[in-house]
Ligand binder design. Structure first.
Ligand SMILES: Cc1ncc(COP(=O)(O)O)c(C=O)c1O
Length: 480
């Protein structure tokens, strides 16, 4: 066979350097184990429990009927004449179809998405933020939030004074950020969240990180994930004020990843959008450049596969915005299924409409179950020897710190593994539970963590916690 024209040595090296731990080697191993179990290979467990990915429906969460009906009617308009669908959903579906070219979701939409849905998003943001104005022309519909995040990271990729652009990201972080930054050949600038104070964020640490990175890059943007993934914290309003001031004082574009805005469980926590806080702070802060991201993959919808999302860009120079739009235009448009899902997210049934009761009861049931599981996981893990766990205030994850005994660290070294990877790998091989080691998200040197979702259905989650308890007790007995 002649040598292939593409080889590792001649492709974009950034593709080789990039990592995405959530679907890393342990996830691949989990898949192999599942196949082995199917073939009847004997294992100490009969199923793999995947708590490594924030994929709600994969873990049994039921779809919201209203959203699926809206998708059904827009994709199969003949059903608009069926008595089986409520009138309010039909009305919404007709509105969307009337705004599609050729009355079909099979046609391309405007690159930034259907105007009717962008207007619905703007109205939703205004309601959410107590009347703070939102311009629909600042809304871009995206295929999940990921492509929006990547397009903004790519937008700021510019060498200035011979320096590579840097993006400040929280540590621990969601690895989409590290992945995109590496893929584009930019510099990831770490700032650490403070575990001791519930993964809060302080200005001193932001400043340290900003100052120290100056030698090797030019920091251009600051990413904040609120509520946090993998850390599960919900930022206080005071914290958000501090962050906005910091970004403003240092001329950084703020990227507010707010995809978990509906996932707040702690009764003392509340979601504040960066936009609202910025607006309330007045000038000069209300002119801060900000991009906020939201998604249909999380919250009470959990529709990860449909790929719906949007971003709102604020205070961008109109000429820069034009370039962003141009780049998005080159990708034609996000999927119409995703756009319909966004419409369902931002324009749900209202009291008095036929779908309302069912919608609200499904919505409440999902969020109540997530809250119950957040407490269950926190309570269970807090009782494990050598664990330090922060309460899960929001999002869908727990990120405990584990004390790994020196003997286990030595055993990990002998296998050429990081200690947290060793722990996670032992857990997978002996109990079938698949978590993500903390090193995939970043952690303070010398500390070990892992991320688990809280997504399995409650009975399965209880079972999993018991298996986990047994595993951990055995692990400590073996290596202590
Ligand atoms: C913090 C955060 N941002 C963005 C995403 C991307 O999700 P999607 O592209 O499905 O919206 C995720 C997914 O888990 C996430 O946790």
């Amino acid at each position: 066979m002649p040598p292939r024209c593409l080889q590792l040595a001649n492709i974009n090296p950034n593709f080789i350097n990039m990592e995405y731990a959530v679907r890393g080697p342990l996830d691949i191993r989990a898949g192999e184990i599942e196949k082995e179990l199917e073939r009847g290979v004997k294992m100490p467990f009969d199923q793999v429990i995947r708590v490594n990915i924030g994929d709600c429906h994969a873990m049994g969460q039921q779809p919201v009927t209203f959203l699926r009906q809206l998708l059904t009617l827009t994709f199969e308009p003949r059903l608009l004449y069926s008595p089986d669908y409520p009138e309010d959903v039909k009305k919404r579906a007709r509105l969307i179809l009337d705004n599609c070219q050729g009355h079909s979701v099979g046609s391309y939409t405007d690159s930034a998405g259907l105007e009717v849905v962008r207007r619905q998003v703007a109205a939703f943001i205004e309601r959410r933020d107590g009347g703070v104005p939102s311009d629909w022309q600042n809304i871009y519909l995206t295929g999940g939030s990921s492509p929006g995040i990547k397009s903004i990271v790519s937008l700021i990729h510019c060498q200035l004074d011979g320096k590579t652009p840097g993006v400040m990201v929280p540590i621990p972080q969601y690895p989409l950020y590290s992945g995109a930054i590496t893929e584009y050949g930019m510099v990831k600038v770490d700032y650490y969240l403070e575990e001791e104070t519930g993964w809060s964020l302080n200005r001193k640490e932001l400043q340290r990180s900003f100052d120290e990175c100056q030698q090797h890059c030019n920091p251009r943007a600051l990413v904040v994930i609120n509520p946090g993934n993998p850390t599960g914290q919900v930022l206080t309003r005071d914290n958000i004020v501090e962050i906005i001031k910091f970004a403003h004082d240092n001329q950084l574009l703020l990227l507010a990843d707010e995809v978990y805005q509906d996932n707040v469980y702690d009764k003392n926590s509340k979601f504040y959008s960066f936009k609202k806080v910025m607006h309330e702070m007045g000038e000069p802060y209300s002119s801060q450049e900000l991009v906020s991201f939201h998604s249909t993959s999380k919250g009470y919808l959990g529709e990860c596969g449909i790929r719906g999302g949007y971003m709102e860009v604020m205070n961008l120079c109109p000429k820069v915005k034009a370039m962003l739009t141009k780049s998005i235009t080159a990708a034609l448009c996000s999927t119409t299924a995703g756009q319909v899902a966004v419409s369902a997210l931002v324009n749900p049934p209202q009291p008095g409409e036929p779908s309302y009761e069912r919608f609200i009861s499904e919505n409440n049931a999902t969020l109540a179950a997530l809250k119950e599981r957040a407490e269950l996981v926190y309570n269970a893990l807090s009782g494990f020897e050598g664990y330090k766990v922060n309460p899960i205030q929001g999002a869908m994850y727990v990120f405990p710190q584990i004390e790994i005994p020196p003997k286990a660290i030595a055993a990990a070294k002998a296998k050429n593994m990081d200690p947290d990877v060793f722990y996670a790998s032992e857990l997978l091989e002996t109990s079938g539970i698949c978590i993500v080691p903390g090193s995939g998200f970043g952690q303070k040197p010398g500390t070990y963590h892992f991320r688990s979702t809280i997504l399995p259905q409650t009975d399965k989650l209880k079972l999993m916690m018991e298996k986990f308890r047994v595993f951990h007790a055995e692990f400590m007995k073996k290596y202590k």
